[in-house]
Design a protein around this ligand. Structure first.
Ligand SMILES: Cc1cc2nc3c(=O)[nH]c(=O)nc-3n(C[C@H](O)[C@H](O)[C@H](O)COP(=O)(O)OP(=O)(O)OC[C@H]3O[C@@H](n4cnc5c(N)ncnc54)[C@H](O)[C@@H]3O)c2cc1C
Length: 570
């Protein structure tokens, strides 16, 4: 088995993984840095899919205090305020770095200043963008920078498990699998940065790239890291509905509503007038998504189970010039976004919950750093559009800096070969198994189950039913069959089993935490507890592994900078 010794191992090559690699290397070019990614670098993950843009304070009339306040209000006050404060303060530094060091070009105004557009939930137009394909600009340039440095890149190589010391409190590396050959790789690392980007793809209608299946979160969970607010999962209000096409669920960006796009139900009502008369379609994502879902459930949806997004009143020329990428996406399914209403549905989009970190991305396990969507706390109960890519680049950079500092002061802790054997056996056991549950059926069942019982509108009863079935499915996946004569290399069924195993872990954390929170807040809506209850639930929910089960508890939110009454009073 191939063994690599590295100072720092990074899992994932989205905004968080790439910025972690660049910052770790630039902190100390003598460090041996290995970046392993499940997809092709520069082509995988959701950072590349970022359409709308990047929230950052650049205009003197704007302020980090305002950006912070919007973020905390959007997050319904359960954000970790120190993380949110770090986000808004570091974002200008990262945009400056991107333009001056990494080579990104963002759209500009006529006077030469960077153009900033409106996004929902913001009190100031602060979203920096490159047309409506901002992610490609950031990720392509950052990838070039990684290639320009002495960083070892392992593409199509997935992290399987984190390796720990005998006490289980120190991460000492990770077991990887080269997807092309099916061969295992052991990396003994002083520091591991997990940046694999969450698991929203476990829902029937979802927006993220298919390579993201909760691997990092599941690895961190099995290794014993603490998690926060796992119930908080965001549904974007305008996922494209395109029948069985793989484009179904893909996002029609927030800027469309920001620019004046309107939502109608099937009987022609502009339904946001009922749900948020003040902000209408520019209300926060959770509200607009729930409103759309309620309309569909009330029988006022389209035959395909959606609502309608209409841009036509803004003029075709405006829509086509401002949103060329969105128009092209909709043209792919034979519709014309600039001239006719398009069917959309809420779509699972982003996980606000995740591994608990501090401002330097230290997790509760020594040697384990987590950044981007795998980490929780920055966005509280709801992420503002434009704060996601800011999060991954800000905290990716911080994880890289902190891991570099950590690695310089540490020795390697040897890998436990018994543990490695146990983990490899846990993968190899599937080969030669002709009978057993079908992984594709299980995967489809998971997506439907999550959509129906752990989705936009939840109840205690539905969550309990989901948890029961998820536990059974977790056993079934361990008995899944692999086609006889399966080869190790590019084994799609095996990879699907490994994906599903991880998604089931994350799904159970989301459902258990959702059952625990007996109120509605941000993206978490309980039909049986429809009100926000600051008296009892202005708190975060923490979970960690305990034997085969889990330990769950609440702790009051630390309102270090802003309290709900400060906002209400104004
Ligand atoms: C369609 C869409 C549009 C969006 N638009 C915006 C926007 O306009 N503005 C905004 O702020 N946010 C937006 N977001 C959210 C934003 O994309 C995310 O917040 C952010 O990109 C997450 O970055 P990340 O680095 O954590 O993960 P990602 O960029 O998703 O990267 C995850 C990486 O981990 C790799 N990986 C997965 N599993 C493994 C494994 N087992 N081992 C190794 N590597 C692994 C993947 O291949 C990938 O390289 C959008 C999201 C989507 C889906």
């Amino acid at each position: 088995m191939e063994e690599i010794k590295a100072d720092i191992l990074i899992l994932g090559s989205g905004g968080a993984g790439l910025f972690a690699a660049l910052h770790a290397y630039d902190s100390n070019p003598r460090l041996k840095i290995v970046l392993a990614t499940k997809g092709l670098i520069g082509k995988c993950g959701c950072s590349r899919m970022v359409q709308g843009g990047y929230n950052v304070v650049l205009d003197p009339k704007d302020s980090v205090e305002l950006h912070f306040k919007d973020t905390i209000k959007g997050g319904a006050f359960i954000n970790n305020q120190e993380l949110a404060w770090t986000l808004v303060n570091d974002a200008p530094k990262r945009i400056h770095e991107m333009e001056t060091k990494i080579g990104c070009f963002f759209d500009r105004r006529e006077d030469g200043r960077i153009h900033q557009k409106p996004f929902a939930g913001q009190s100031f137009d602060r979203t920096v963008h490159r047309g409506d394909l901002t992610g490609i600009e950031i990720i392509a340039r950052a990838t070039d920078q990684v290639f320009a440095r002495d960083i070892t890149v392992l593409e199509e190589t997935r992290g399987l498990e984190l390796l720990t010391n005998s006490n289980g409190d120190r991460v000492v590396g990770a077991l990887l699998m080269n997807i092309r050959t099916g061969q295992f790789i052991v990396v003994n690392a002083k520091a591991v940065i997990v940046a694999t980007g969450g698991s929203a793809s476990m829902y029937k209608i979802s927006a993220p790239s298919f390579d993201k299946t909760g691997d990092g979160m599941a690895m961190c969970w099995r290794a014993g890291a603490e998690f926060v607010d796992m119930e908080m999962l965001q549904f974007h209000p305008t996922g494209l509905l395109a029948g069985k096409s793989r484009l179904s669920g893909s996002v029609l960006e927030e800027g469309l509503r920001g620019a004046g796009g309107r939502l109608y139900n099937a009987i022609g009502e502009r339904f946001m007038e009922r749900y948020d008369p003040e902000r209408l379609e520019r209300s926060t994502r959770d509200r607009v998504a729930r409103a759309g879902y309620m309309e569909i459930m009330a029988g006022r949806g389209t035959p395909a189970g959606g609502v309608l997004l209409d841009m036509s009143h803004l003029g075709a020329e405006f829509v086509e010039s401002k949103f060329p990428g969105m128009c092209e996406r909709v043209r792919d399914i034979g519709k014309d976004l600039a001239r006719e209403p398009v069917e959309v549905s809420p779509t699972a989009h982003f996980q606000m919950g995740g591994v608990r970190i501090d401002v330097n991305c230290y997790s509760s396990l020594k040697g384990l750093f987590v950044a981007g969507e795998d980490a929780g706390g920055v966005h509280g109960a709801n992420r503002l559009g434009g704060n996601g890519i800011a999060d991954s680049t800000v905290f990716g950079a911080r994880a890289g800096d902190a891991a570099a500092e950590f690695a310089q002061s540490q020795d390697w802790v040897p890998v436990d070969q018994v543990q490695v054997k146990m983990f490899t056996n846990n993968v190899l056991k599937f080969f030669g198994r002709a009978d057993g549950p079908d992984v594709y059926q299980l995967r489809d069942e998971l997506k439907n189950l999550m959509w129906e019982k752990v989705g936009v509108v939840r109840t205690g009863q539905k969550l309990e039913q989901a948890l029961k079935r998820l536990a059974e499915m977790s056993e079934e996946v361990e008995r899944a069959k692999l086609p006889t004569g399966s080869l190790r290399g590019y084994n799609l069924a095996l990879n699907e089993i490994l994906n599903l195993r991880n998604q089931l872990v994350v799904a159970q954390l989301v459902a258990a935490s959702a059952l625990y929170r007996k109120e509605s807040r941000g993206s978490h809506y309980r039909e049986d507890f429809p009100e926000t209850d600051n008296q009892n639930w202005l708190c975060n929910i923490f979970m960690r592994k305990k034997g085969d089960g889990y330990f769950i508890e609440t702790r009051p939110v630390k309102l270090t900078r802003l309290r709900p009454e400060d906002v209400a009073a104004k």
